[in-house]
Design a protein around this ligand. Structure first.
Ligand code: UD1
Length: 419
């Protein structure tokens, strides 16, 4: 078993470069199944969710050539199979994008019920509703989802909840459908815009991504033959911004889209931090103990649920009592009991957690309960006095490239140890 051993009490200073976005990459890779040709994808993060996405594409007949650590060429001319291996798809959440892509390309799709972080109930009713509206018959049984269609025909789909995954899945299925599909009450996250930009670069006709109405005019074919670069990771950038605040540090975050981080910047200013930005980089610093702040997670452009545990660490050591309301995932406060082992004073009940700020944390053995909880506990280990041992690294490795190396370069004392 691997663990991170963190000797804490460090102020983080220096520069960090953000990788391509995990949540965009894990949607763009299945989207290549809609292309009858060859394309190149650049700025892919080197994380395990990307590796498994590539492995699945290969089992379906895609030919993948790694050009460099972050760039691949994918040839999807000979897709021979529309049934993804169940054991592989159940390893991560984004495998549900294979449904939209395969039904779009082959009019037949089968994937295992998606895995990923345990954040509470993760229904897929909106994905199914959208695919059925386009003309697919969908069956969920025996741990798998099967979809079949004679043809897909564009239609209007009103989303009952704002869902990132369902918005992208319907967009994927509608790209090659006959006629026009309109998604109303669509999610607006940066990676939705990125997937639409990718598909449009390959020949699709998608308008309105980034607003709550997306219009997809079906096209006959996506031809590929071009290169696409994945957008920088909003959540990785936010993680380092909040690490600067929690460690009373000073970090220059390079290769980020600063407007994607406005919601985080606003909270950091409220907490007494400082921010300077110039388009694709942000300097975040604070010279004193952060102040209390209240947070409510919301769909973009609201405060992202995927940065809730990381800001939770800064609030755990802030001056005053803060409240976090989690409105997306019911089990997202599991990390708070791990933080309490390190001396935090947090009580979580249902959707709300109360953070009574303490002056400092102290090292302890802790377990990453999910991907973002893992990042938060890593930051807590850097803040804490003494040694923290962080377990369950498989969660962190799914979504952060070279995380300990990036933190080491800005001053953290972290070693990955195999027990
Ligand atoms: C994506 C992200 C995840 C992030 C989440 C919210 C990926 C791979 N994962 O997850 O990191 O935390 O967005 O920003 O991009 N819902 C339904 N029915 C559905 C679908 C969702 O009720 O069919 C509900 C969910 O229970 C949740 C809310 O809608 O309360 C948002 O979920 P959704 O945006 O779909 O999250 P994911 O796409 O799974």
């Amino acid at each position: 078993m691997e663990k991170l051993v963190i000797n804490g009490g460090t102020r983080l200073t220096g520069e960090v470069t953000i990788s391509g976005a995990k949540n965009a990459a894990v949607a763009i890779l299945p989207a290549t199944l809609l292309i009858d040709g060859v394309c190149t994808i650049d700025n892919l993060p080197n994380i395990s969710d990307v590796k498994i996405s590539c492995d699945i594409l290969q089992t379906l007949g895609a030919k993948i050539t790694w050009i460099s650590e972050h760039e691949i060429e994918i040839d999807t001319r000979d897709i021979s199979c529309s049934r993804a291996p169940l054991d592989m798809t159940s390893k991560f959440r984004a495998s549900y994008y294979l449904l939209g892509s395969l039904i779009g390309r082959c009019k037949d799709a089968q994937v295992g019920l998606p895995g990923g972080c345990n954040l509470g109930a993760r229904p897929i009713d909106q994905h199914i509703k959208g695919l059925e509206a386009l003309g697919a018959k969908v069956d969920v049984s025996q741990g798998k989802i099967t979809a079949k269609a004679k043809k897909l025909v564009g239609t209007s789909v009103y989303m009952d909840v704002v869902s990132v995954g369902a918005t992208i899945n319907i967009m994927l299925a509608a790209t090659l459908a006959e006629g026009t599909t309109i998604i109303e009450n669509a999610a607006k996250e940066p990676h939705i815009v990125d997937v639409a930009n990718f598909l449009n670069t390959m020949g699709a006709d998608i308008r309105g991504a980034g607003t709550d109405v997306i219009k997809i005019n079906g096209v006959k074919k996506l031809k590929g033959n071009t290169t696409y670069s994945v957008v920088p990771d909003q959540i990785e950038a936010g993680t380092f911004m909040l690490a600067a605040i929690a460690t009373k540090g000073d970090i220059l975050i390079k290769n980020c889209v600063t407007e994607h981080l406005d919601c985080v910047s606003a909270k950091i200013l409220e907490m007494g931090g400082n921010i300077e930005g110039d388009g694709d980089s942000l300097r975040v610093w604070i010279n004193k103990r952060p102040q209390k702040a209240n947070i409510k997670t919301l769909p973009y452009p609201g405060f992202p649920t995927d940065l809730q545990p990381q800001i939770g660490v800064a609030l755990a050591i802030a001056d005053g009592t803060s409240y976090i309301t989690e409105s997306i995932w019911e089990s997202r406060f599991q990390y708070t009991s791990e933080l309490n082992k390190m001396g935090a004073k947090i009580s979580a009940h249902g959707k709300t957690a109360v953070f009574e700020g303490v002056k400092t944390l102290s090292g302890a053995p802790v377990y990453a309960t999910d991907l973002r909880a893992g990042a938060a506990l890593l930051i807590a280990g850097i803040v804490a006095s003494g040694t923290t041992e962080l377990y369950n690294l498989n969660h962190i490795d799914r979504g952060y490239e070279n995380i300990e190396e990036k933190f080491r370069k800005i001053g953290a004392n972290i070693q990955r140890v195999t027990e």
